[in-house]
Design a protein. Structure first.
Length: 269
């Protein structure tokens, strides 16, 4: 029991890239909750922020259940992360402010860690995935909100609802460009250009990541291949030593036999 608790504590005190990403998303979600609560928003912007917050809640819930699935001591995990589950429930604004506790926990992990950069560099794959997830959510959310605010007052605008803003952001960041919804204002064009450049950058990073996953050997595979090579060399050395030992024993037997023959000949003389 003590070992399980100790190992669980060690796991939860490890600073991971996904934890930093969740902390930034928590900051962002708290800002959304404050805007929904105290901001003077029009109907479509309010609905758009609700959609964004709901998507962030799905990410938080997925993270919670994935951590629960991987936890060795699930009871310990639930005792220390139950508030994360409550804060991730959508449509209950009173509970969402509890995400501050997640922010405080990650800050505590940062203070306990000697370095933030080293864990990120050590876990390159996790850092890449966490960065892509975080950047995608933030850019899609901010782009859809900004384009709705900018285009809603422009003459001849066709992006007027929350659904249209989200669809435009998704199509633009994927560089598909259907053309069914498009900005008509200068500021809207600037926002669209930034989103397009971000989308091209994302696909470049994703392509490099997929290449590293499928082409480059995995770290575990390299370790296993090295261990197998060492094991083969050790077995080869042991077999040679065993062969040499057998040869030495054979030579000793032959020498003893020759000595015995010499003694017999001397005894006859």
């Amino acid at each position: 029991m003590f070992k399980a608790k100790r190992s669980s504590t060690k796991i939860f005190n490890t600073l991971e890239p996904i934890e930093l990403a969740m902390m930034i998303l928590s900051f962002f979600s708290v800002a959304i909750v404050l805007a929904l609560t105290f901001g003077k928003l029009d109907k479509e912007t309010y609905r758009l922020l609700l959609y964004i917050d709901g998507a962030i809640c799905v990410i938080f819930l997925s993270r919670f259940f994935w951590g629960l699935y991987k936890a060795r001591n699930k009871a310990y995990y639930l005792r220390h992360h139950w508030i994360d589950f409550l804060a991730s429930i959508p449509a209950i604004e009173a509970l969402r402010i509890a995400r501050v506790f997640q922010i405080l926990r990650v800050i505590r992990l940062i203070r306990m860690s000697r370095s933030i950069i080293w864990p990120l560099l050590k876990q390159k794959k996790q850092t890449t995935l966490a960065s892509l997830l975080l950047a995608t959510v933030l850019i899609l959310a901010n782009a859809s909100v900004l384009i709705l605010l900018v285009e809603s007052g422009a003459e001849g605008a066709n992006i007027l609802t929350a659904e249209q803003a989200i669809w435009w952001a998704l199509v633009t960041i994927s560089t598909v460009g259907y053309g069914d919804f498009y900005p008509v204002s200068t500021l809207g064009h600037v926002i669209g250009g930034i989103v397009i450049i971000s989308g091209v950058s994302f696909f470049g990073v994703i392509s490099g990541y997929m290449a590293s996953v499928f082409v480059a050997p995995d770290e575990q595979e390299r370790k296993e291949s090295q261990q197998e090579l060492i094991r083969t060399e050790v077995e080869l050395v042991l077999s040679r030593m065993e062969a040499n030992q057998h040869q030495m024993e054979k030579n000793q037997i032959e020498m003893l036999h020759e000595i015995s023959q010499l003694r017999d000949e001397l005894a006859k003389k």
